[in-house]
Each structure stands twice: as structure tokens, then as C-alpha cells.
Design a protein around this ligand. Structure first.
Ligand code: BYC
Length: 312
């Protein structure tokens, strides 16, 4: 087919809400857009294991430790589904990791903040996974088939993650004044970075135009952020936590909460490498990558040997 006919076919699939599959022709810009977004998403899942991983050995009970371990392993699994989805677009895992190490590929700003107390583990599950679910539920209907299918399973797991975080916060709010203070402090530190996870306002989001046109994004950054705020403020009230936003107020007409302005300078500074933990996160990733080299080599050699014996 001529390129123009191929483009028309691609557009007709998008218009009909059909998935684009790896075998289908797609515009180069669509492919690149997906590689950027899916790899950023995969890197976020894997780097996101670090703030929580730090607390496995300090979990306050065996039950809490088992739940945290399971959650962190889930995040590693999410990274693997997403790297596989990105690989269907014709880029290798090695190249994706190289792009992360060189700084060409980003990961979510949120994982550059430290987890200082056990209450932070509650706040991460409740707020960070809570924000991630709102975004990922909408991505279950994204136009690229392998990405949409990965999201279905990821969302089921994220919903357990969100509940375990909320349970920790609810528990602490029923505890001693010190525990309540710890929970409020974690809320104060994670609230604003969680809102930043949805990305810049729609008017400042350079990728949104194509993303909406190609149905990669099914809802805009601001729409998803608002959805998260509306449901989370009510959850905070139920357990007695205060949202650290003096401008937050319910608008009876729109039936939404209005919120104060996000500190976009902080967001830009964090995504440009200057957050409190950017260096630590990348150093840890590089170290684990180098230390795991022998495993990758052994796995590749084993796969080659298996292939040879099948051919013989
Ligand atoms: N952090 O035009 P825009 C999890 C960048 S992990 C860093 O709006 P787009 C979990 C953006 O990349 C779940 N950078 O972009 C794991 C772009 O820069 P580049 C993570 C950000 O792509 C472990 C520029 O700003 N979820 O749940 O249309 C433990 C302009 O932005 C961020 C995902 O990855 C950010 N927050 O929209 C616990 C969801 N926001 O690339 C939990 C998938 C924006 O031109 N991703 N930027 O250099 C998306 O839905 C979209 O990519 C975004 C941004 C909404 C994040």
C-alpha cells in the first residue's frame, strides 16, 4: 500500500476505537510517542521500587512486611510487562535502559522524593498508587493494543496497592498522637508531588495534542488530576487527615474541589535531575544493572544453547 492509503487505514482504526497492533502500519511519530511514554512508564515502575524497598527490613510486623514485599514485586512485574510492550515497537530492552542511564528517557518525578518514615509507605500506596490508578484506568483504553492489555492487569494490582496504603494511614490515624502526627507529616510531603504526577496543565503539555488525537491518552492531564483530587480529599476526611492546601474548597456548582496552584518550578527542577533523590535513584539503578550483567549473559547463553539444540 502507498503511505497515504496506509495512513488512512491507520486513522480509520483509530476512529473506530480499534486497537493498533504491532503488525499494523503506524506513523513513525505515533511509534516514537509510544516508545517515549511506555518506556517512561516502565522505568517509573522499576525505579519506583526503591523508596519502598528501603522499608522492607524495617516493616513494623511480619504481616506488613509480607504485604510490602508482594507490592514491590508487583511493581517489578509491571516494569517487565511494559518493557515487553515497548519492545513490540521495535526497540530493544538494552536500548531502553541505555536511554534511562543517559538521561534521554525520564521516569516519574514522584520517585525522586525520600520515604522517611513508615507513614510514607502508607502515603505512597494511598496517594502515589492512587494517582497512578486514575491515570492507568484511562490507559486501559489506549489505542496501542499491547499497552492497553498490560494496563488491565496492572490496574487490578494497583488497586490492592492503593488499599494497603490507605489501610496503613487509617491505622496510624487511630494510633497514638505521635503516629497521627507522622501520618499527617507524610500526607503533607506527598500530596503536592502526587498532583505533579499527572504532568503539566493541559495548556502547557506539548505531547497532549497528538496523544489525544491518536487516542493514546483518553483523558487530559488536568481532567485526571481533578478526578484524583475529588476522590482523595473525601478519603482523607474519613480518616481525619488534613489536605495541605489552604485554597482547597468544594465548588457546589461544578461539583468539584478547587485547589491551590502547584509549584511547577519544583516539578521542572525535579524532572531535570535536581530532586532530593535523583542521584541516589540513578546510582542504585546503575549499580544493580552492572551487578546483574552476569545474569543477563548467562540467560542469553542459555537461550542460545536451547535454540541450537532445537535446530539440531
Ligand atoms: N514525571 O506533554 P506532557 C507507579 C514530562 S509508576 C516526569 O504532558 P505526556 C508506581 C513528559 O515526559 C506509574 N516527567 O507529557 C510504581 C514530557 O517530557 P519529555 C507511572 C513528566 O507524556 C512503583 C514533559 O513533562 N505512571 O504507579 O503527554 C511504586 C511534558 O509533559 C511527568 C505513568 O508513567 C512526571 N510526572 O503526559 C508505586 C503513566 N509528567 O518526555 C507506584 C504513563 C510529565 O518530552 N504516562 N512529564 O521529555 C502518562 O500518562 C504520561 O506520560 C504523563 C505525561 C501523564 C505522565
Amino acid at each position: 500500500m502507498e503511505n497515504e492509503t496506509k495512513l488512512k487505514h491507520f486513522e480509520s482504526l483509530i476512529d473506530a476505537d480499534s486497537n493498533i497492533e504491532p503488525r499494523d502500519w503506524m506513523p513513525e511519530d505515533y511509534r516514537k510517542h509510544l516508545v517515549r511514554q511506555i518506556s517512561q512508564h516502565a522505568h517509573s515502575e522499576v525505579i519506583g521500587m526503591q523508596p519502598e524497598g528501603n522499608w522492607i527490613s524495617r516493616a513494623p510486623s511480619l504481616r506488613a512486611k509480607k504485604i510490602l514485599l508482594a507490592k514491590i514485586q508487583d511493581e517489578g512485574g509491571h516494569g517487565l510487562y511494559l518493557y515487553s510492550a515497548a519492545e513490540t515497537l521495535g526497540i530493544s530492552r538494552d536500548e531502553l535502559i541505555q536511554q534511562l542511564h543517559s538521561g534521554k528517557a525520564k521516569y516519574s518525578s514522584i520517585f525522586n522524593y525520600p520515604a522517611l518514615t513508615w507513614a510514607d509507605i502508607g502515603a505512597i500506596g494511598w496517594l502515589v498508587d492512587g494517582a497512578a490508578i486514575v491515570n492507568q484506568v484511562s490507559l486501559q483504553r489506549t489505542s496501542y493494543g499491547p499497552y492497553a492489555r498490560a494496563m488491565v492487569r496492572i490496574c487490578k494490582e494497583e488497586s490492592f496497592h492503593q488499599r494497603q496504603g490507605y489501610e496503613i494511614m487509617a491505622h496510624m490515624m487511630q494510633g497514638t498522637p505521635e503516629q497521627q502526627e507522622m501520618a499527617q507529616d507524610a500526607m503533607n510531603r506527598w500530596w503536592w508531588p502526587s498532583l505533579m504526577m499527572f504532568g503539566p496543565h493541559d495548556t502547557n503539555s506539548p505531547h497532549s495534542g497528538n496523544a489525544i488525537k491518536w487516542k493514546i491518552k483518553r483523558a487530559s492531564n488536568d481532567v485526571l488530576r481533578q478526578k484524583f483530587i475529588d476522590k482523595t480529599v473525601q478519603q482523607a476526611e474519613i480518616i481525619g487527615l488534613t489536605v495541605p492546601d489552604k485554597d482547597l474548597k468544594w465548588n457546589e456548582e461544578t461539583k468539584h474541589y478547587e485547589h491551590g496552584e502547584i509549584n511547577w518550578e519544583e516539578f521542572q527542577s525535579v524532572i531535570n535531575g535536581n530532586g532530593p533523590c535523583n542521584k541516589q535513584r540513578m546510582d542504585n539503578h546503575l549499580k544493580a544493572h552492572h551487578e546483574g550483567e552476569w545474569v543477563r549473559k548467562a540467560a542469553t547463553a542459555y537461550a542460545l544453547k536451547q535454540n541450537q539444540s532445537v535446530k539440531q
